[in-house]
Design a protein around this ligand. Structure first.
Ligand code: UT7
Length: 329
């Protein structure tokens, strides 16, 4: 037999630092209703959204991603040069290739870091975290930056009452590194490509049209899938980590709709002591950025503490979902 390949097991991994970028422009429901036929009452009751942020022209995807990344590095007490991989999850990098991750790595001084984009929509942060954990545990990387960044306002038809009020912009980032104890649980993830049309762009970029392609969503089937199929998967996320819902301190689902969060709480029979993220009220749905944005908001408001156990779960276009247990940095 030929010689065997050497594989060196790495350590456990954990999130060492978290950071976010919230665009400066706040768009409240009153302003929203100058663009679509709706009402503040309807939007609040059906989604929980009070306001969202839409980035200005200067707040590019790169500016927002770098803002979040630098805060996460500061929080971890590290510099860009300490990173050996940068993973960016986004559906908003409209150039498609080259990926934005290498440019971000270079700006951060992460010279020669592995860098790539992933496209897993609103599940993207959890997908990226699973990859970072795997890279560290199999010895392929030591410190990995995971960014979720979105400028969805560029892909919205601002007159479409089925989508315009839902989506917002922002970025969140996590630095993942070695740890004595497991800080990231096994991922539970999956997909359903048969439902590809329920959240999609209105047309291909090279198909003729006066307007750019916009986000289209059939809200009800997505709502039902998230509230039933994905909600049940959250139980597996706990079981795979050897935990029960009583062990949880924090629940941070993708911020898509307050009523989906409520359905998940019912499925999990969530105990009263668990703190639940409700960042959707001020940020809307920011896709891959929503979970890290919500984590940082909870830290800023003093709702969570370092070392607590949190269940995170993302779901969206593909359809795709992913989630795991994390220990907060
Ligand atoms: O991040 C990716 C994952 N995305 C999600 O998880 C989103 C999942 N879907 C949703 O959150 C919800 O389906 C929406 C918030 C998008 C829509 O809420 P809904 O309760 O499913 O509304 P609907 O589409 O069933 O419409 C109910 C009614 C309709 O009127 P009638 O037929 O009952 O008279 C709509 O015409 O609400 C009307 N409606 C609106 N009214 C005021 C629809 N959009 C609006 C609006 N303002 N913006």
């Amino acid at each position: 037999m030929s010689k065997q390949i050497t594989v060196v097991d790495g350590p456990h991994s954990a999130i060492l630092g978290i950071g976010s970028y919230r665009p400066s422009r706040v768009v409240d429901n009153a302003e929203m209703c100058t663009m679509i036929d709706s009402s503040d009452e309807w939007i609040r009751q059906r989604t929980g959204i009070i306001e969202r942020r839409w980035a200005t022209d200067d707040e590019t995807l790169m500016v927002m991603a770098l803002g979040a990344a630098r805060k996460a590095l500061d929080h971890a007490g590290l510099q860009g040069s300490d990173l050996d991989a940068v993973i960016v999850s986004t559906v908003s990098h409209l150039t498609q290739f080259p990926a934005i991750a290498p440019q971000i790595a270079t700006e951060l001084g992460a010279t020669d870091a592995a860098a790539y984009d992933i496209l897993a929509a609103c599940a993207g942060f959890c997908y990226g975290l699973a990859q970072a954990d795997g890279l560290i545990r199999n010895g392929s990387a030591t410190r990995v930056l995971v960014i979720g960044a979105e400028k969805l306002s560029e892909q919205l038809d601002k007159t479409d009452r089925t989508t315009a009020f839902l989506f917002g912009d922002g970025a969140g980032a996590a630095v993942v590194g070695p740890s004595d104890e497991p800080g990231i649980g096994p991922v539970v993830w999956g997909s359903d490509g048969a439902a590809k049309d329920v959240i999609r762009l209105t047309r291909h970029w090279d198909e003729p049209g006066d307007e750019p392609p916009y986000i289209h969503m059939d809200g009800q089937p997505v709502f039902r899938w998230a509230s039933t199929t994905v909600a049940k998967k959250t139980l597996e996320m706990l079981a795979r980590a050897g935990l029960t819902v009583d062990d949880l301190d924090v629940f941070i689902p993708h911020q898509a709709n307050d009523r989906i969060i409520d359905a998940m709480i019912r499925t999990l029979k969530m105990p009263e002591h668990v703190t639940v993220a409700r960042d959707i009220s001020h940020m809307g749905n920011t896709s891959a950025a929503s979970i890290p944005l919500a984590i940082e908001a909870m830290f800023e408001r003093g709702e969570v503490k370092s070392g607590q156990l949190a269940l995170i779960v993302g779901f969206g276009a593909g359809l795709v979902y992913a989630g795991q247990i994390i220990r907060l940095p």
